[in-house]
Write a protein that binds this ligand. Structure first.
Ligand code: NAI
Length: 275
């Protein structure tokens, strides 16, 4: 199905909608005729995105939402339902990055990352899933990462949280689809967003760490286009760009190569570390 046909006249709720991939998703959804709820803990950022959509002739509302707080998520979903009548698409996109040598990781660090990247999505699903079942339709899109399907050293908390989200999505998929609720797992590789400005990097200078990432990254607008095309085609899983698909395939066929890559990555990280 074409993107416009899929989203025109429908409603979407996007968490982490004020920045990066979430912002690009909101703008693209609105451009394709959807009424969009821009949900973010950063309300002023969400408001800017909603205002940009409205100025361009689209329909949008900004909602302050902390996905880690079930009460805050519930309140925003209720307000969105009141405003737009229903939610056809829930994009669980809010996320935080976290890189460290795991010996420096605390239980609090793990909780913080899991609370946003995993529990944050669970909080939304718990609210919206029963409503979608009752209505006999809806689509939940979980933005995990290539780190949700390929293990990466130096990113244990992040990788574990995204594996949890991927596991939840893939295991719920058949159950949900049987009840008329579609699910899509999205696993992007490295995308050029503010994610890398706010990523926590323990004991290594963030700028130094980020400068080691691939320099030719895909932009969020192109990422949003790929995601929406996949959702319109009702894909179960969207893995992109090429480097993510390539590493995913290598991990399936030669997992020991990923292990070697991880050994090299942690060696490099430890060289940069103040440990
Ligand atoms: P970003 O940093 O530009 O945007 C993340 C958004 O999430 C921000 O607007 C932030 O305010 C919001 N957010 C953070 N914690 C929140 C909370 N507790 N409640 C509500 N909103 C919250 O990052 P980006 O790159 O757009 O990331 C979007 C998603 O894509 C994340 O889940 C990330 O893990 C995932 N991803 C990003 C990749 C990248 O290379 N940029 C690669 C793979 C996955």
């Amino acid at each position: 199905m074409g993107i416009r046909k899929k989203f025109n006249g429908r409603t979407a709720f996007v968490t982490g909608g004020s920045s990066g991939i979430g912002r690009a998703l909101c703008l693209a959804l609105a451009k394709n005729g959807a009424a969009v709820t821009v949900a973010d803990k950063n309300f002023s950022g969400a408001d800017l995105v909603a205002s940009e959509i409205i100025r361009g002739g689209g329909t949008a509302a900004a909602m302050k939402t902390d996905v880690t707080d079930p009460g805050s998520f519930r309140k925003a979903l209720k307000a969105s339902l009141k405003k737009f009548g229903r939610i056809d698409f829930l994009f669980n996109n809010a996320g935080v990055g976290f890189s460290c040598d795991f010996r420096d990781c605390t239980a609090r660090d793990m909780d913080m990352v899991f609370n946003v990247n995993f529990r944050g999505a669970v909080n939304g699903i718990m609210e919206i899933y029963p409503l979608m079942i009752a209505r006999g339709g809806g689509h939940i899109i979980n933005i995990a990462s290539m780190a949700g399907i390929i293990p990466f050293s130096i990113n244990v908390p992040y990788t574990a949280s995204k594996f949890a989200l991927a596991g939840l999505t893939l295991s719920l998929m058949a159950e949900a689809r049987d009840l008329g609720v579609n699910m899509t797992l999205v696993c992007p590789g490295v995308i050029k967003t503010a994610f890398y400005d706010s990523i926590t990097v323990k004991k290594v200078d963030r700028k130094k760490y980020v400068s080691g990432l691939p320099s030719r990254m895909m932009g969020p607008e192109r990422a949003a286009e790929i995601i929406l095309r996949g959702v319109a085609g009702n894909k179960k899983m969207i893995v992109f760009p090429f480097h993510a698909r390539f590493l995913f395939m290598i991990n399936k066929i030669f997992p020991s190569l990923i292990y070697l890559l991880n050994k090299a990555m942690i060696k490099k990280f430890r060289k940069m570390s103040s440990n």
